[in-house]
Write a protein that binds this ligand. Structure first.
Ligand SMILES: C[S@@+](CC[C@H](N)C(=O)[O-])C[C@H]1O[C@@H](n2cnc3c(N)ncnc32)[C@H](O)[C@@H]1O
Length: 237
């Protein structure tokens, strides 16, 4: 889908909660995002200290940045997306008590307007499955370009090995164009465009609506069956 097509989903974007199975597992999109945000805060303790420059590439309605900030992250956030409608929605959703919304920049395809090595941390969540396979190398290259040497990149994706994920994606309108990818494809894609140390965790074994079961998720990060995975990539210094 093009940026303009994503614009149509922007106003009511709820992370695919139109699916009844997904609704049984959590009652709000924020509960799903919070699983990733809590994992990220465990990986990047400095996010709570301030001072980090963080880009959320393909930020959509800005939910990951907003939930991270709500959980105590105080980084300098920026977001980018191919959909200007999504960026407007991100600005609209940003809570006033967190101050002005972060800079939200439209992308020209894979390209962002940010300088080389501008960010300590880059996140990309639930985006790559929307990017046509032939265009993914350009996205990996851009993620690496804007990351500082020694910076950390976090790729969150739906895990195609989880049957429930495949069931939900097949019934979610915004995912009509989805081509799911596994963690190995992300790792190979990143290594095709740069030098990284890589690790993968699997997330979301337990329903996000039951956060007190998060300890089970934390014990199972090695098992490649969680609904989501996170590839952590440290760029060579
Ligand atoms: C499912 S939404 C995820 C939004 C957000 N990252 C999140 O986790 O809530 C997918 C987003 O990817 C964006 N997108 C699609 N293709 C893209 C591309 N080539 N580059 C950047 N963003 C893209 C869409 O505009 C949309 O905002």
């Amino acid at each position: 889908m093009s940026g303009a097509e994503f614009d149509r989903y922007a106003a009511g974007y709820d992370g695919g909660l139109d699916d009844p199975i997904k609704r049984m597992l959590g009652s709000s999109a924020d509960q799903f995002i919070a699983v990733k945000a809590r994992w990220l805060l465990r990986q990047e303790k400095a996010l709570r200290d301030g001072g980090l420059q963080v880009l959320d590439y393909g930020c959509g309605a800005g939910d990951l940045m907003r939930v991270l900030a709500g959980l105590g992250a105080c980084a300098s956030f920026a977001g980018s997306d191919v959909s200007t409608g999504m960026l407007l929605e991100a600005a609209r959703r940003w809570p006033g008590e967190l101050g002005p919304p972060p800079p939200l920049e439209p992308q020209d395809g894979a390209l962002t307007p940010f300088g080389d090595g501008a960010f300590d941390v880059v996140t990309i969540s639930a985006v790559l499955h929307h990017v046509p396979v032939a265009e993914r190398p350009a996205v990996y290259a851009e993620l690496g370009r804007v990351l500082k040497p020694g910076g950390r990149l976090y790729v969150f994706e739906h895990n195609p090995r989880n049957p429930l994920v495949r069931h939900v994606i097949a019934r979610t309108p915004i995912d009509a164009d989805a081509i799911l990818l596994d963690a190995r494809e992300v790792q190979d894609g990143l290594l095709g465009t740069g030098r990284y140390e890589l690790e993968t965790d699997y997330l979301m074994f337990m329903p996000p609506g039951l956060p007190w079961l998060g300890f089970v998720d934390r014990m199972l990060t090695w098992l490649p069956l969680g609904a989501q995975y996170a590839v952590a990539a440290r760029k060579s210094a």
